[in-house]
Design a protein around this ligand. Sequence first.
Ligand code: 5RP
Length: 249
Amino acid sequence: MLAALQSFKQCPQTRALSYLAMTNPSSPASDPALARKQRAAQAALAHIRAGTIIGVGTGSTVNVLIDLLGQQQSRLRLQGAVSSSEASSARLRSNGIAVLDLNQLDELPLYIDGADEATRARELIKGGGGALTREKIVAAVSERFVCIVDDSKLVETLGRFPLPVEVIPMARAYVARRLERLGGRPVWRESVTTDNGNQILDVHGLSIEDPRALESTIDQIAGVVTVGLFARRPADLMIVGTAAGIVEI
Ligand code: 5RP
């Protein structure tokens, strides 16, 4: 198992995220990358108590999970799910799972979500799908955060994947100047308006040696809604899908 983790691969700078592409998690994918996501998503099911409510994130790995939840709902009897995006909400509903309002809940025992990059310390970059703000809220509320990734996401140092920062539209240029002063190269994700009506800057060229400190620094810039670093609230468990099976970190 450890051998599988010794070959940590760096993420490509950008990844096409086809969140709405249908997958069939009950049959192993012929695409090796999808098969690794399926293994991670399948293993996450063991952490879900029957009859509970769960938080569900966003992305192609989570899409596999949502489809599995739909297939297993007669056994799981989920009361419903809190979703981190409109895309995941639509997919949950189409799988027969009720989408609940976080404001109506006193607690949330479990949150399952993917990541764009992850370290052995379970610190993450998220937001490749633009859902980082709701993801950070759901992660904050949840007692336990289980992150499901394939082994291409594992890195020694965060930052090769451009760091997403959600900004209030009128502050975009100001925030970009501040991010440049931190050594990054912010690029406006022009095609995207977030579910919250905001914009996203993807910050290239960072090597993030102290993710907790950088998270705090960027959070304090006026106009920043959320930075896609999940270090002050890392995952509690990471399930890594590999060619050979899964590894839990
Ligand atoms: C969305 C996210 C996703 O968790 C992240 O982009 C991973 O997606 P995928 O499972 O498709 O690689 O942060 O905002």
